[in-house]
Design a protein around this ligand. Structure first.
Ligand SMILES: C[S@@+](CC[C@H](N)C(=O)[O-])C[C@H]1O[C@@H](n2cnc3c(N)ncnc32)[C@H](O)[C@@H]1O
Length: 350
């Protein structure tokens, strides 16, 4: 066991808020069974007694809001280190589980034991939420691809801060090939600036997620008080998944005071997320860049905010109102947002 970093705590808050919604919604809609996977499960507990991701998931799965539905709920935990695995076992064994809730624990490397396990329980027939939270950069793309072949898959992949430096500097090309699933990412070497490299790596990873069956994604960095970043990538088949994950992320900031950063932001602004009075400086800039390419409807800008930034759909309108008040854009208003046109003001020096 080890101490829980503040950014890990924030990530656990995001996970808990998301899974507390995910389990009951999926259980109510899918009679085929639902499955949560923790591929790098850890010991289930930290030194201060706070619980790890597998136990957070188990607690969420055991609630009566979930067990009231007649669907099978499967949880699959994989941990490579025997001591950690034994501790996790001790936290699960003897626990009173609802009748249709099953927990499978496997000691071993996830790249070897996970897929046979998922095949055995026929997890791909129903929704699967797979949490890949390794040390550094361990998640093989092969696993992401296989999870993506299911009917309603979602993945949450954690990358640690050294990800960008190790891959941008091509220090470990073998690890890079495993994480990206091919060698094309190595073209990062042709880029000069660290900012371009970072953006390229994030975009390359997103491109592969789309190809692997996750057309919607959300990438964000969590920063703790010491500014230690944790980079999270969420992939899903449904836009609503991104909306819910983003809600979780915005709610967590008000709880923990952690900061967020958009990994594709060239200026790497870190800011609080708070629904009360959000700091939308970055979004103003991002929307202006979009309008450089031509007029957009408000619906398009809302989609852009939801799917390409750390902001929520609702913030797009706030940003457009602000830009209009500042004379940066002109709006052709319409009752329906898909006919509400926003364009650069003719004399605006963007
Ligand atoms: C960051 S910790 C996981 C923390 C846990 N997800 C949580 O939030 O409480 C990573 C864990 O993955 C385990 N691990 C490392 N490589 C692994 C592999 N190839 N397969 C399964 N587990 C692995 C490590 O022993 C460690 O316990």
């Amino acid at each position: 066991m080890w101490d829980r970093d503040p950014h890990t705590e924030a990530k656990h808050d995001v996970l808990k808020i998301y899974l507390d919604a995910w389990f009951p919604i999926m259980a109510s809609r899918w009679s085929t069974g639902i499955c949560y996977v923790d591929a790098f499960a850890g010991p289930g507990e930290y030194r201060d007694g706070s619980v790890g991701s597998p136990i957070i998931a188990l607690d969420a799965a055991c609630r009566s809001e979930v067990s009231q539905y007649p669907t099978e709920v499967q949880l699959v935990f994989v941990e490579k280190e025997p001591d950690r695995f034994a501790h996790l076992e001790s936290m699960v064994v003897g626990r009173d589980l609802p009748q249709r809730c099953h927990v499978t624990r496997r000691l071993g490397a996830c790249e070897e034991v996970l897929l046979p396990e998922l095949d055995g329980i026929k997890a791909s027939r129903g929704p699967v939420f797979a949490n890949f939270d390794g040390w550094g950069v361990d998640t093989p793309f092969e696993l992401i691809k296989r999870v993506g072949q299911g009917r309603r898959p979602e993945v949450l992949v954690t990358f640690h801060s050294q990800w960008f430096t190790r891959f941008a500097g091509q220090e470990e090309v073998g690890a890079g090939d495993r994480v990206f699933g091919d060698r094309e990412w190595r073209a990062v070497a042709d880029l000069a600036s660290p900012i371009d490299k970072r953006r390229y790596l994030v975009d390359e990873y997103r491109r592969r997620l789309t190809a692997a069956g996750f057309p919607y994604h959300l990438t964000f960095e969590l920063l703790d008080e010491g500014n230690h970043p944790l980079f999270l990538v969420f992939g899903t088949t449904q836009e609503v998944g991104v909306e819910k994950m983003k809600d979780a992320m915005w709610r967590v900031d008000t709880v923990s005071g952690s900061k967020f950063r958009d990994p594709r932001d060239p200026n790497q602004l870190a800011f609080d997320l708070s629904d009360g009075d959000p700091n939308i400086t970055l979004l103003l800039q991002q929307i202006r860049e979009q309008l450089d390419q031509g007029p957009k409807t408000l619906v398009e800008l809302q989609q852009f905010a939801l799917l390409e930034t750390v902001f929520k759909k609702v913030h797009a309108k706030t940003a457009v109102d602000r830009l209009e008040a500042d004379g940066k854009v002109t709006c052709r208003r319409a009752r329906s947002y898909d006919q509400f046109i926003v364009e650069r003001a003719a004399d605006s020096l963007f």
